[in-house]
Design a protein around this ligand. Structure first.
Ligand SMILES: Nc1ncnc2c1ncn2[C@@H]1O[C@H](COP(=O)(O)OP(=O)(O)OP(=O)(O)O)[C@@H](O)[C@H]1O
Length: 430
């Protein structure tokens, strides 16, 4: 039986892959041997050790759980390893008994938005496992963690590096806005970085699908990133709220300070409603102008996401990202295996070969495809495709990285006040 091997990236005629198929003589000699997938399913059902590990919380489905990555209001996030591919994943664990009605609603939104969004700058959802007491969300793991932690430990970013990271987040938000989804909780704590410096937007608990200029009522997000209209007792349009938060994020990335400060909520509210931004003298005029246009207190006059992308400060970096995305197969990312008989992308063809090696056949992919994140077959497919796409992106990026000035400058906190982690709220923040 062919076995999945992880190897150094190899450029083939059609694709770049780290996964190749190899056959060991031992496997050739025993044609009746269980496939890796079958064996894992068998272990889940019958193996004492697997069952004990599952009972004591060391394993869930095909994932082995290890250290804690962090805790949220209603969740614990742990590192996990996928049994078949050895891929490292982030597993968000939610205790059903502790979920309020609001938290349940947020969770179901988070799952349905993540299930519908497939973009290289958005954290991917691989699988959802539900037990009697818990939900497990198996997600792409961001090895370099939160952008927030990086800014706190290393200080403000040089404008060229900020441009590279920020353009990726803006593209993720454009992807959402184009699909009528508003994130509503954009902040440095919800931007994750991969080990290769790829930025990924995560935490879709507050996200919502809107019709064009539909007005929203629920005030949510993190107060320091909240747009002024959220502090007024009025309904608000969704997309401009995201652009405001992006403006706050950009200011934070390039200064390591927050644009609006207050000793308490009333002070913060006053500062945001006044909308005065004191940019440091070292900030370039183009950046200052972009931040001012994003932090326009009038939502009607605020830049929209396309204007942000086309702004003088960001235009070149976003054009690079867009060109790069179009040239890569990321646009072809499939959340679900393509139906039998349809034309396959190079990546899918390679993924299918690798899956075949694990014992996941075309027929199984067809059968499971409609179950999406509720199927461990689809999850394995997503993990394999994601890995292939990352490798491909990496090859394309290497050339660009040589020309990047990625120096980080030391913290320069204009006000001397170090920002603290902001809690997301689902409440009226007036
Ligand atoms: N995909 C991921 N990769 C790496 N770390 C992650 C990932 N998702 C979450 N984390 C880490 O796990 C921790 C908890 O995340 P979680 O989203 O549950 O809560 P939170 O965003 O901190 O709080 P809240 O409940 O307000 O959303 C965070 O510190 C985050 O850095």
């Amino acid at each position: 039986m062919p076995k999945l091997c992880w190897r150094k990236p190899v450029r083939t005629r059609d694709d770049v892959t780290t996964m190749t198929l190899c056959e060991s003589s031992e496997e050739k000699a025993s044609p009746t041997k269980l496939t890796a997938y079958r064996k894992a399913i068998d272990n889940l059902d019958n193996d004492r050790k697997w069952q004990t590990d599952t009972a004591v919380g060391k394993r869930i489905g095909l994932y082995k759980l290890s250290g804690e990555l962090g805790k949220g209001n209603f969740s614990q996030v742990k590192t996990g390893y996928h049994e078949l591919t050895k891929e490292r994943v982030a597993i968000k664990i939610l205790d059903k008994t502790k979920l309020t009605a609001k938290a349940k609603k947020m969770l179901s939104r988070e799952i349905s938005v993540m299930e519908s969004i497939h973009h290289q700058n958005v954290i991917r959802l691989f699988e959802v496992i539900e037990t009697y007491t818990k939900y497990y969300l198996i997600m792409e793991h961001a090895a370099a963690g939160e952008l927030f932690k990086r800014l706190i430990s290393e200080g403000r970013m040089h404008e060229s590096e900020a441009k590279n990271i920020f353009s990726q987040i803006v593209l993720a938000v454009k992807h959402l806005h184009d699909r009528n989804i508003v994130h509503r909780d954009i902040k440095a704590e919800n931007v994750f970085l991969s080990s290769r410096g790829v930025a990924k937007l995560g935490d879709f608990g507050f996200s919502i699908t809107v019709s064009n200029n539909e007005k929203l009522e629920t005030f949510c997000g993190s107060p320091p990133y909240a747009a002024p209209e959220l502090f007024l007792d009025e309904r608000y349009v969704g997309r401009p709220v995201d652009v405001w938060s992006l403006g706050v994020l950009l200011f934070f990335m390039t200064t390591a300070t927050m644009p609006f400060l207050g000793d308490n909520m009333a002070g913060l509210r006053r500062s945001i409603l006044a909308g005065h931004v004191n940019s440091p003298a070292c900030m370039s005029q183009l950046l200052k102008s972009l931040i001012d246009s994003m932090l326009n207190t009038s939502p009607e006059h605020r830049f929209d996401i396309d204007q942000v992308l086309k702004s003088d400060w960001l235009r070149e970096a976003s054009a690079y990202q867009i060109r790069f995305n179009n040239n890569s197969v990321y646009g072809q990312w499939c959340a679900y295996p393509t139906a039998a008989g349809a034309e396959l992308t190079d990546t899918e063809t390679n993924a299918r070969k690798a899956l075949e090696g694990l014992g996941i056949t075309e027929a199984m992919l067809d059968e499971h495809s409609s179950r999406g994140s509720r199927s461990n077959v689809v999850a394995t497919y997503r993990i394999v495709v994601n890995r292939l796409l990352q490798q491909r992106r990496l090859m394309g990026q290497q050339h660009h990285m040589q020309h990047q000035n990625s120096t980080m400058q030391h913290p320069q906190t204009a006000s001397g006040r170090k920002p603290t982690k902001t809690k997301s709220r689902l409440c009226a923040i007036t």
